[in-house]
Design a protein around this ligand. Structure first.
Ligand code: AMP
Ligand code: ZN
Length: 482
C-alpha cells in the first residue's frame, strides 16, 4: 500500500518513499511545558498518532522511530515559575521551573494517554541535549552562519539563500508581515536567537558565550539530529509553526550541513469562532476540562479524526454528540454479533484479523481520516464477518479502541445469535417505521411490543432506528418470523 502525503515544501501530495523502510523516522514539535495542554494542542498529537499507527501498520511496528520533544526551557516557563514565587511558593526559581516542567509533563502524559495517543519512541527534554545544541551553534559560528554579540548568539538569516522556501515567501515579505524584534545586538532585525544569557537565578548552562540558555528553534534541530540522524523522513507540527519556527529549524540544520527532513506535514488549527484556539487569546479549554466533564477520550479523538488534518475545525457540542452516538452504535453492532474480547483475541491468533483494503487505501491517501470513518459506517451496516472484522480492525488501527477487554462488548447473556436473528429484527423495525409513517399506530405498537417481548432495545435517532440486545434478550420469541 503506497502512502501519499501532502508535503508543505513542494505544496503537493506525493507518494511517500522512506529513506530506509527498515527505520522510518518522524519528528514532531512537542509542547512547551508550563501549563495544561489545550484542545488545540491535542490536534497535532492525534494527527501524528494516526500517521505513526499507519506507518507501523505499513512498515512494521519495529520499523518506525517517532520523536516528540518537550521544550522544558523557555521564557514562558520562567515567567510561570516567577509568578509562583511571587505568589509565595517556596524554593529557588530553578526549583520552581523544575517542579513546573515535571508536573506539566506528567499532566501531558495523562491527558494524551486518555486520548489513546501512543507514546513516541523518544520524548527528549530539551535540557538533556544542551551539549548538542552548543556544539551545533559553535559549528554555525565557525562557518560564518552565526555571530556572538553581548552574550547572545544570532543566526544570520541572509546567509541562507533558501530561507522562506517552506512558507513560499521571501525574507523581505516575512519581515513586513512578522513582528521581528529589533535589538541592539542584532546585525539584521530578521536574525534570530540561538543562545541568550541567563541571569543567575534562572536556569542556565555554561557555554563558550557565557552562562545562558538556548533559543527555542535550535532545540528541535539538535534533538532531531541526535535521535534521527543527518536526514530523516517526516517533520510535523501545526501550521502556526511553519514560520518562523520551522523555517529557522531548516536554516540552522542545513547550514550545519545536515540533510534534515524530506517531508513536511502541517495540521490546520483548531478554532473557536473562527480564531485559532490559543493560550494568548484566552479562548481555550483544556483536554482535562473535557475529560472531567465526562467526555470519553475516544469521543474527543473521534471528533478530531472526523475533520481532515489540513482543514480548520471547531469543537462543537453537536459533533461531540454525533461522534459519541456513532461510536456507541458501532460497539453495539459488534457486541450483538458476538465480538467479545475473547473472539477478537481468537481472530488475531488465527490470522483472521484483517483490515479493509478500501479503508486502508483511503487512510493512506494523505491521512483521509474522515473518509476512513465514512467507510466504517458502510462496514458497520454489514451483518457478516466480512464487514465486522474490518470494522473492529479499523477501530483499533485508528486508536479508537486501545484494549478490547476494556470495552464492554460482552453480551449481558451468552447470546449465540443465529444468522436469521438480526435480519428478522431489522425487518420488524423497518415494518414498524413504515407503519408509523402511515400513521398506523396500532400496527406500530404491535411491532414494538413484539420487539420488547424479545428483549430487543430499540433507539430512534432522527429518522432511523438502531437496536441492541437488552438484558432480557430472547430471540426464541422471534422464531417463526423468518
Ligand atoms: P505550543 O506548546 O504552543 O508550542 O504548541 C504545541 C503544538 O500544538 C504545536 O505543534 C502547535 O502547532 C500546536 N497547536 C497550538 N495551537 C493549536 C491549535 N489551535 N490547533 C491546532 N494545533 C495547535
Ligand atoms: Zn520544533
Amino acid at each position: 500500500m503506497t502512502i501519499t502525503l501532502h508535503n508543505t515544501l513542494t505544496r503537493k501530495k506525493e507518494p511517500f518513499v522512506p529513506i530506509d523502510p527498515a527505520n522510518v523516522r518522524m519528528y514532531l514539535c512537542g509542547p512547551t511545558v508550563y501549563d495544561r495542554a489545550h484542545l488545540g494542542n491535542a490536534r497535532p498529537v492525534l494527527v501524528f498518532d494516526v500517521l505513526y499507527r499507519l506507518l507501523r501498520h505499513t512498515y512494521g511496528a519495529d520499523h518506525v522511530t517517532y520523536v516528540r520533544n518537550f521544550t522544558d526551557v523557555d521564557d514562558k516557563i520562567n515567567a510561570t515559575a516567577l509568578a509562583h514565587q511571587q505568589a509565595g511558593a517556596p524554593g529557588t526559581l530553578e526549583d520552581l521551573v523544575a517542579e513546573r516542567t515535571d508536573e506539566t509533563i506528567a499532566w501531558y502524559h495523562a491527558d494524551m494517554d486518555a486520548l489513546g495517543a501512543l507514546r513516541p519512541d523518544h520524548e527528549p527534554r530539551a535540557t538533556e541535549y544542551i551539549a548538542q545544541m552548543v556544539a551545533m551553534i559553535d559549528g554555525l559560528i565557525k562557518d560564518g552562519y552565526a555571530y556572538e554579540n553581548e552574550g547572545h548568539v544570532l543566526f544570520r538569516v541572509r546567509k541562507y539563500s533558501e530561507y522562506g522556501a517552506l512558507s513560499g515567501r521571501s525574507v523581505d515579505d516575512m519581515i513586513a508581515g512578522a513582528r521581528v524584534e529589533v535589538a541592539p545586538y542584532k546585525e539584521d532585525p530578521m536574525d534570530f536567537v540561538l543562545w541568550k544569557p541567563s541571569s543567575d537565578d534562572l536556569p542556565g548552562w555554561d557555554s563558550p558565550w557565557g552562562r545562558g540558555r538556548p533559543g527555542w528553534h535550535i532545540e528541535c534541530s539538535a534533538m532531531a539530529y541526535e535521535l534521527l540522524g543527518d536526514r530523516f523522513d517526516i517533520h510535523g507540527g501545526g501550521n502556526d509553526l511553519q514560520f518562523p519556527h520551522h523555517e529557522n529549524e531548516i536554516a540552522q540544520s542545513k547550514c550545519a550541513g545536515h540533510g534534515f527532513a524530506n517531508v513536511w506535514l502541517h495540521n490546520e488549527m483548531l478554532q473557536v469562532e473562527g480564531k485559532k484556539m490559543s493560550k494568548s487569546l484566552g479562548n481555550f479549554f483544556t483536554v482535562r476540562d473535557l475529560l472531567e466533564d465526562g467526555v470519553p477520550g475516544e469521543v474527543i479523538r473521534f471528533v478530531m479524526l472526523a475533520t481532515h488534518y489540513r482543514k480548520p475545525m471547531d469543537w462543537t457540542e453537536k459533533k461531540r454528540e454525533e461522534s459519541s452516538k456513532t461510536l456507541m452504535d458501532w460497539l453495539h453492532v459488534l457486541k450483538k454479533h458476538g465480538y467479545t474480547p475473547k473472539m477478537v483475541k481468537q481472530l488475531k491468533a488465527e490470522g483472521q484479523w484483517s483490515g479493509d483494503g478500501e479503508l486502508l487505501g483511503t487512510l493512506s491517501n494523505d491521512l483521509n481520516t474522515p473518509g476512513a470513518l465514512a467507510r466504517m459506517h458502510v462496514l458497520a451496516k454489514a451483518r457478516t464477518a466480512e464487514g465486522l472484522v474490518p470494522l473492529a480492525h479499523a477501530l483499533e488501527l485508528l486508536g479508537l479502541v486501545a484494549d478490547w477487554s476494556l470495552v464492554d462488548l460482552t453480551p449481558s447473556q451468552d447470546v449465540k445469535m443465529a444468522d436469521w436473528v438480526p435480519a428478522v429484527i431489522d425487518r420488524l423495525i423497518e415494518e414498524r417505521g413504515a407503519a408509523r409513517a402511515a400513521k398506523n399506530w396500532g400496527e406500530a405498537d404491535r411491532l414494538r411490543d413484539l420487539l420488547n417481548s424479545a428483549g430487543v432495545q430499540v433507539t430512534d435517532i432522527g429518522g432511523s432506528a438502531t437496536w441492541a440486545p437488552g438484558p432480557d434478550f430472547d430471540p426464541a420469541k422471534l422464531e417463526g418470523l423468518t
